[in-house]
Design a protein around this ligand. Structure first.
Ligand SMILES: C[S@@+](CC[C@H](N)C(=O)[O-])C[C@H]1O[C@@H](n2cnc3c(N)ncnc32)[C@H](O)[C@@H]1O
Length: 227
C-alpha cells in the first residue's frame, strides 16, 4: 500500500491562455537554443545509447520528467516491443524508483531504463533518434502557475517546437486545465493535430497522477500528432 499525500489544486491569477503565448511561440520558431550541454547529460545520453543498443529493440518511447520512473515501467510493460527511457533531473526522485516499483508486477519489465539528465539537453541529443521514437510522454510537468513564469512551461520554452518534432505523437498530462489548453494551443499554432480531454476512469500510472487523483483533481490529457 503506497502512502498518498493529499495535494492542493493549482492556483494562479491566470484564468485563461497566457496573452503572450502566441508571440512567444512565433519568436521561438525563429531562434536557436544554444545553451551548452553539460557533461552529466552527455554521459546519461551515452548510457541511453548503450542500453538501447543492448535491448535490440528498434522503437523508443521517451518518458520526460519521469520522476520516480513509475510511468516508465508502466509504459515498458504495455509496450514490450519498445525500449522506454525515462529522464528526470532529480536524483532524489529517481532514487525512489525501486520503492515505487516494489511489489508490483511491473517490476518484471526489463525493456527500459531511467536516467538522470536535464531534458533540455536530452531532447537535443536524442533528436538523432527521432525516426525511432514512436511516442513522447510528459506526465505532470511542473506547472509554474505564476503568469510571469510562462517561459518555464514547456510550451513557452524555446525548445517546444524541436521537442514536438521528436515523435509522431506527444502526450501531456496535467492537473491544471490552463496548462493543457496552452500546450494544445501552442501545438496547433505549429500545425499539429491536437486532442484535449479530461481523463475519466483513471488507473494511476505515476506517483503524481496517483496523488492528484486521490486528491480529487480533474486530470487532463493532451495528445499532439504530427500532421
Ligand atoms: C511534478 S513532477 C512529475 C513526475 C512524474 N512525471 C509523475 O507524474 O509522477 C515533475 C518532474 O519534472 C522533473 N523536471 C523538471 N524540470 C526538468 C528538466 N528540465 N529536466 C528533467 N526533469 C525535470 C522534476 O525533477 C520532477 O521530477
Amino acid at each position: 500500500m503506497k502512502n498518498i499525500m493529499i495535494s492542493r489544486t493549482v492556483e494562479s491569477t491566470q484564468t485563461s491562455i497566457h496573452g503572450n503565448l502566441e508571440s512567444l511561440v512565433v519568436k521561438h520558431m525563429h531562434s536557436e537554443y544554444l545553451r551548452p550541454i553539460p557533461d552529466f547529460s552527455r554521459l546519461a545520453f551515452q548510457e541511453f545509447e548503450r542500453r538501447f543498443a543492448a535491448s535490440e529493440k528498434s522503437h523508443i518511447i521517451l518518458d520526460s520528467c519521469c520522476g520516480t520512473g513509475e510511468s516508465t515501467l508502466h509504459l515498458a510493460m504495455r509496450h514490450p516491443d519498445c525500449f522506454v527511457v525515462g529522464v528526470d533531473k532529480s536524483a532524489h526522485r529517481l532514487g525512489k524508483h525501486s520503492a515505487s516499483a516494489a511489489g508490483s508486477e511491473l517490476f518484471k519489465a526489463s525493456n527500459y531504463t531511467i536516467l538522470r539528465a536535464d531534458v533540455e539537453d536530452f531532447w537535443r541529443l536524442t533528436s538523432k533518434y527521432s525516426s525511432q521514437i514512436i511516442r513522447h510522454c510528459i506526465f505532470y510537468p511542473n506547472p509554474y502557475p505564476k503568469s510571469h513564469h510562462i517561459m518555464r512551461r514547456w510550451h513557452g520554452h524555446p525548445l517546444f517546437a524541436p521537442m514536438l518534432r521528436l515523435a509522431p505523437e506527444t502526450e501531456l498530462r496535467t492537473n491544471w486545465r490552463i496548462y493543457a489548453e496552452e500546450f494544445a494551443f501552442a501545438s496547433s499554432l505549429l500545425g499539429y493535430t491536437v486532442g484535449l480531454h479530461e481523463m475519466r476512469d483513471i488507473q494511476p500510472v505515476s506517483a503524481f497522477e496517483r496523488k492528484y487523483h486521490a486528491s480529487g483533481h480533474a486530470l487532463f490529457q493532451v495528445v499532439v500528432r504530427q500532421p
